[in-house]
Design a protein around this ligand. Structure first.
Ligand code: EPU
Length: 419
């Protein structure tokens, strides 16, 4: 078992370079199944969710070459099975994208029911509704999803909830369908635009990604033969922005798209942090105890649920009482119990949590309950008095590349120990 040991009370100072976006990469990789050819993807984050995605693609017949730790070439000319490795697909969430992509490529696929962070109910009814609207038959039985279609035909799909996964998945299934698909009430996250840009670079015809209406004109074939670079990770950038505020530090965050960070910037300024925006990098610093703020998580361009726990650390030491309302996931306050072990005073009730700010946090052994909870606990360890131990690192490794090295370069006293 591995743990992180952090000696706290360090203001983070210096520069950090953001990696490619996890939630874009884990969709772009399955999207390569729609290509009957070879493509190269740059700025791939080297994280465990990406490695599992690659393993699944290889089991389906793709040939993957790692040119560098952050660049791969994928040859998808020989996709030779319609059954994905069930155990691997159960390991993480984004395996549901195999369904949309393989419906497009082969008209048939079986995958294990997707796993991923335990954040409460994670239904896939909107994905299924979209596939069925295009003419597929979908069965969910004995922990597996089986989808088949003799032919996919474009249609109108209205999303009853704004869903990142369902928007991307229906887009994937529509790329090679006959005719036009219109997704209404689509999600607008930067990674949705990135997946659409990737597919268009490979020969698809997708318009409107980034707005709530996406139109996909089906094409006959995606031939690839192109190189694409994954968008910088909005959530990783936001994690370091909030770490700068919590630790009263001063960080220049490089390789990010600051337009994607506006909701975070607004809240940082509200709590007394300072921000200088250079377009593709952003400097965040804070020289005072943060003030209180109320947050409601929302789909993009609202405040992202994936930064809610990291913001929670800032509010746990803020002057006054703050409220966070979590509107996306029903169980995303599990980290508050861990922060309370470190001296925070947080009461979580249903979709809301009340943060009575304390002067400081103290070290304690804590457990990462999911990916972003893990990032929040690292920030908590960096600002806490004493030596904090963090367990369950597999969650953190799923989504953050070289996380302790990046924090160490900013001055954090953090080491990974094998027990
Ligand atoms: N929902 C439905 N039906 C569906 C799909 C979703 O009711 O068919 C509901 C969900 O229960 C949730 C809301 O819609 O209440 C939004 O879910 P969404 O589908 O947008 O989430 P997701 O696609 O499963 C992705 C990210 C999550 C991130 C959410 C929200 C990936 C692989 N995962 O999940 O990322 O929290 O969007 O932005 O892209 C993370 O990176 O830590 C993470 C959990």
């Amino acid at each position: 078992m591995e743990k992180l040991v952090i000696t706290g009370q360090t203001p983070l100072k210096g520069e950090v370079t953001i990696s490619g976006a996890k939630n874009a990469a884990v969709a772009i990789l399955p999207a390569t199944l729609l290509i009957d050819g070879v493509c190269t993807i740059e700025n791939i984050p080297n994280i465990s969710d990406v490695k599992i995605s690659c393993e699944i693609l290889e089991k389906l017949g793709a040939k993957i070459t790692w040119n560098t730790p952050n660049e791969i070439t994928i040859d998808t000319r020989n996709i030779n099975t319609t059954v994905a490795p069930l155990d691997l697909t159960r390991k993480f969430r984004a395996s549901y994208y195999i369904v949309g992509a393989m419906l497009g490529r082969k008209g048939k696929i079986q995958v294990g029911m997707p796993g991923g962070c335990k954040l409460g109910a994670r239904p896939i009814d909107q994905h299924i509704k979209g596939f069925e609207a295009l003419g597929a038959t979908v069965e969910v039985e004995k922990g597996n999803i089986t989808a088949t279609a003799d032919k996919l035909v474009g249609n109108s799909v209205y999303m009853d909830v704004v869903s990142v996964g369902a928007t991307i998945n229906v887009m994937l299934s529509a790329v090679l369908a006959e005719g036009t698909t219109v997704i209404d009430n689509a999600a607008k996250e930067p990674h949705i635009v990135d997946v659409a840009n990737f597919l268009n670079t490979m020969g698809a015809d997708i318009r409107g990604a980034g707005t709530d209406i996406i139109k996909i004109n089906g094409v006959k074939k995606l031939s690839g033969n192109s190189t694409y670079s994954v968008v910088p990770d909005q959530i990783e950038a936001g994690t370091f922005m909030l770490a700068a505020v919590a630790s009263k530090g001063d960080i220049l965050i490089k390789n990010c798209i600051t337009k994607h960070l506006e909701s975070i910037t607004a809240k940082i300024i509200e709590v007394g942090g300072q921000v200088e925006d250079y377009g593709d990098s952003i400097r965040v610093w804070c020289d005072r105890r943060p003030g209180k703020a109320n947050i409601k998580t929302l789909p993009y361009p609202g405040f992202p649920t994936d930064l809610q726990p990291q913001m929670g650390v800032v509010l746990s030491i803020a002057e006054g009482t703050s409220i966070i309302n979590e509107s996306i996931w029903e169980s995303r306050f599990q980290y508050t119990e861990e922060l309370n072990k470190m001296g925070a005073k947080i009461t979580a009730q249903g979709k809301s949590a009340f943060f009575e700010g304390v002067d400081k946090l103290y070290s304690a052994p804590v457990y990462s309950t999911d990916l972003r909870a893990g990032a929040a606990l690292i920030i908590a360890g960096i600002i806490a008095e004493g030596e904090t131990e963090i367990y369950n690192l597999e969650h953190i490794d799923r989504g953050y590349e070289n996380i302790e090295e990046k924090f160490r370069n900013l001055g954090a006293k953090i080491k990974r120990i094998k027990e």
